[in-house]
Design a binder for this molecule. Structure first.
Ligand SMILES: [Zn+2]
Length: 88
């Protein structure tokens, strides 16, 4: 079998092959990856890596109801635009 994601992704959504997290957009995915892009002349230890879930939350990212990481929490639809802080 080929290595397929366990869920369907569509449009601009991304699956991080390194850590298995799903992202709602390439922008969110990029925000999840930190560190410099490694040049061939640099040691692999300096390569880019994934933020942990705690680091993503600290960076303002959030996990959507669909299980996709988003770059920033979005206001709930129909809530007149106010961002409700609903932490579980
Ligand atoms: Zn990752």
């Amino acid at each position: 079998m080929v290595d397929r994601p366990s869920r369907a992704i569509s449009g601009d959504q991304c699956l991080c092959r390194a850590c298995g997290q799903y992202f709602n957009s390439t922008y969110a995915f990029d925000k999840h990856r930190v560190g410099p892009c490694r040049q061939l002349s640099e040691p692999a230890s300096e390569a880019r890596r994934c933020r942990t879930e705690d680091e993503m939350r600290a960076a303002g990212m959030a996990l959507s109801a669909k299980g996709l990481w988003i770059s920033a929490p979005m206001p709930k639809e129909g809530s007149s635009g106010s961002v409700a802080a609903e932490q579980a």
